[in-house]
Design a binder for this molecule. Structure first.
Ligand code: ATP
Ligand code: ZN
Length: 284
């Protein structure tokens, strides 16, 4: 029986969710107007839903698994568990105040009115800081609330902060860093758990590959030791002799984070003709 996955129908998580599935070799076309799609290459059925509904569908096991932002997941407080972080859909849930206000810390909010679409997370933040403030739940365009006198401050999602600025607000304090996660229902029968394990294995391979680059370079033999010390590789680097006497070619894998730093060090150590290529899948 197919494993059922819920993803956002149309919005900020849709494209990346479908891309991840396709990178995992699970051919899925984007939702368009349809409610569900079945993969031809993997026993997976994909449901296209509003992101807010995904935790409930997964709790009820209508979908066995789902892709949703942590912001929505933690707000909804459903009985589901996180299987894997996915590294996309990054944003933060922040308190924002009027540009002219001086935010001196959470006590600034004492006795004030806060507009938000995240009443649960906002209340948790207030409780943690022992602040009492009035929460106005609104479902969209929260950033307009202070301008029309509905609230003194907001608690809303931010990525660049430009929407806040356009509405005369400034970010004051982050209450949650969020990204998309894969979630699963509380209990899965064995056949579904097996399929989920396969899917997670593929997701990890794809994500690892995205975080690493394959690097090829030439170097005179006398500098090979120095270069190898800089390139740990998956086991150890491959060294091949070049037709040109006294020279070798070195192949290895470097992580995206330390990439530029390594390149400089490699050049200094005598490396030439450095090629860096993307890796499609990485199984370790
Ligand atoms: P739906 O119609 O599915 O309810 P929506 O309008 O609630 O869609 P989107 O704006 O598409 O949701 O955002 C979906 C998710 O994408 C958010 O819950 C959050 O996890 C993530 N996200 C990433 N960046 C941002 C951002 N800059 N603003 C809002 N959400 C973001
Ligand atoms: Zn939504």
């Amino acid at each position: 029986m197919n494993l059922k996955l819920a993803i956002q129908k149309s919005g900020r998580l849709s494209e990346d969710s479908i891309k991840l599935l396709n990178d995992c070799g699970i051919g899925i076309k984007s939702g368009g107007n349809q409610l569900k799609a079945v993969s031809e290459h993997f026993p997976l059925e994909v449901y296209f839903l509003r992101d807010d509904d995904i935790p409930q569908y997964v709790e009820d096991a209508v979908a066995h698994i789902g892709i949703v932002g942590e912001n929505v997941l933690f707000e909804k407080q459903k009985n589901v568990s996180i299987v894997e972080s996915l590294g996309f859909g990054k944003c933060r849930l922040s308190i924002a105040v009027k540009k002219g206000d001086e935010y001196t810390g959470s006590q600034f909010l004492q006795g004030k009115k806060l507009a938000t679409s995240y009443p649960v997370l906002t209340q948790q933040f207030l409780n943690k800081n022992e602040i009492s403030a009035e929460i106005h739940e609104i479902s969209g365009s929260v950033e307009l609330a202070p301008g029309i006198g509905l609230a003194d401050a907001v608690c809303d999602l931010v990525s660049s902060g430009s929407t806040l600025l356009m509405n005369g607000l400034k970010e004051a304090e982050t209450i949650l860093q969020s990204q998309a996660v894969l979630i699963k229902t509380a209990s899965l029968e064995e056949s579904h758990q097996k399929l989920l394990n396969q899917l997670v294995f593929r997701i990890r391979s794809v994500r690892k590959a995205q975080n690493n680059k394959y690097i090829l370079l030439n170097a005179p033999n006398h500098s090979i030791d120095k270069i190898i010390a800089l390139l740990p590789g998956m086991k150890s680097p491959t060294v091949l002799p070049l037709a040109n006497e006294g020279w070798s070619s070195v192949h290895s894998v470097v992580s995206e984070d330390e990439f530029w730093e390594k390149i400089e060090a490699l050049k200094d150590a005598g490396a030439q003709g450095i090629l860096v290529v993307p890796i499609e899948k990485m199984i370790v």
